[in-house]
Design a protein around this ligand. Structure first.
Ligand code: ADP
Length: 233
């Protein structure tokens, strides 16, 4: 769950990037965050990942009160979020299998668990046949699916996707959002996706949060072109 309560944030030079933000995203929700360049999207993500701390207000993510989080608790907190970036950030010298397995190895998970979970994740992302390939041998869409498999393999309750379709061919972008929606539906993972791609948001519909000049100017469910709102019942 994400809960931002009266959050403001200014950078050291005095720029107020966020002004009085109130945003709650419940467990199991899927939300798009949209806004023009400079609107404050990255600043929100930095707060949610505890790369920075709010100037005022409360930021609660997955039950962690980020204003009070001790430095020693940060790694545990970060492991409760799967993050997907625009530029994939895969490890070039590792195969697809190793990239996904690495996420489990860093937390010292037993070999048995790795051997079971990695193929499961690759299967979910339709990547089983690519397990032995290296990132540079894959298309952008496939690389992003590896990044998704890596983000999911630890079963985090929350996925934050920062412009995940930004480096992907338009037709494949739909596949990535479909994958995210499937994860949301089947695994009840909460998903927050930041995007510039208005056509995707219009197509899929659902909860859409629009930020402009550091403020939320719209937060509601929109009807997708497929005729579904994804509004929780
Ligand atoms: P977005 O991700 O929506 O493009 P940002 O969160 O990056 O927007 O920026 C919000 C505001 O904060 C903008 O006015 C931007 O110029 C400013 N800003 C971003 N990063 C910094 C920084 N490191 N120092 C000062 N101002 C910044």
């Amino acid at each position: 769950m994400i809960d931002l309560i009266d959050v403001s944030f200014h950078y050291e030079n005095g720029t107020e990037a966020l002004h009085n933000i109130n945003l709650r995203i419940n467990n199991g929700e899927f939300a798009f965050v949209v806004g023009s360049s400079g609107a404050g999207k990255s600043s929100i993500l930095k707060l949610l990942l505890r790369e920075t701390v709010a100037s005022s207000g409360q930021v609660i993510v997955n039950g962690f009160d980020l204003n009070r989080l001790k430095p020693g608790q940060i790694p545990k907190f970060r492991r409760s979020i799967g993050v997907v970036f625009q530029d994939f950030r895969l490890i070039p010298g590792m195969t697809v299998y190793e990239n996904v397995a690495f996420s489990l190895r860093v937390t010292d998970r037993p070999m048995r668990e790795i051997r079971q979970k990695v193929p499961e994740m690759l299967e979910l992302m339709n990547l089983r046949h690519k397990a032995r390939q290296y990132p540079h041998e894959l298309s952008g869409g496939e690389q992003q699916r590896v990044a998704l498999a890596r983000a999911l393999v630890n079963s985090p309750p929350l996925i934050i996707a920062d412009e995940p379709t930004g480096n992907i061919d338009p037709e494949l972008s739909y596949q990535i959002v479909e994958m995210l929606q499937r994860i949301n539906r089947e695994r009840k993972t909460t998903i927050l996706m930041v995007t510039h791609a208005h056509d995707l948001v219009k197509y899929f519909g659902g909860r859409t949060v629009n930020i402009e000049s550091g403020q939320i100017v719209f937060d509601d469910y929109i009807l997708g072109e497929q005729g579904e709102t994804s509004r929780p019942v």
